[in-house]
Write a protein that binds this ligand. Sequence first.
Ligand code: FPP
Length: 248
Amino acid sequence: MAQRLTPDFPVPAHVAVIMDGNGRWAGRSGLLRARGHEEGAAAVRDVTEAAAEWGIRHLTLYAFSAENWQRPAAEIGVLMKLLRRYLREERRTLLEHGVRLRALGRLADLPADVRELLAESEQATAGGERCTLRLGLSYGGRQEICDAVVRIAEDVAAGRLSPGELTPGMIAARLYDPGMPDPDLIIRTGGEVRLSNFLLWQSSYAEMHFTPVLWPDFRRGHLLEALQDYHRRVRRFGRVPESDPAVR
Ligand code: FPP
């Protein structure tokens, strides 16, 4: 009998993923990039279901970056079409798995009907208690920090905040989703080793897992490998462990 994949160790509370490699996956098989994105949506489904089943409380997927608007209009069209399809077709599965959907980014940039579908899905899944799935859409880490700074400047100008009192917590409270905990683990597929403007503020102490697997090929078995890698890490957050024999 096939072994049921499931972690037998504590899982991180928040896993975030830079889903990369859709285009290369398609190119390798002589297919159009659109096919890579389509297959990428299947990977989104499997990883989300596994996250909910395994007790990962927060899953954040970088689905469309602020910089992705610079891609050819046809590819943007494909990605928006896939997003519409995902939001329409996956709502029931999300509900069945106790997944609450949220969007993270400059949502005003998205087409009006996509914004409406997002709002409907957010509302319909609001009671999901197993896992919160956040989709980064028109998301950029620098843009997010910049938007928070604008709100701080407004608070200072209105006399609600004095610059000398500013703390990192006050900045965090003005990010797109202040209820989102920092990611414990960031996974990047597709072989590149960089953050590409993803969760720049929140990633300060995240563990990183880079894999050459292209996103359309990524399935729960690869997620399990990333969790195993994470489980082996010692997180120190800038401190020294009390067990260090050189500490007196
Ligand atoms: C990066 O691959 C991936 C994207 C820019 C889009 C991510 C979209 C999906 C996974 C599919 C749809 C998602 C949802 C939520 C329905 P790339 O195109 O940059 O790949 P490359 O580096 O190989 O060219």
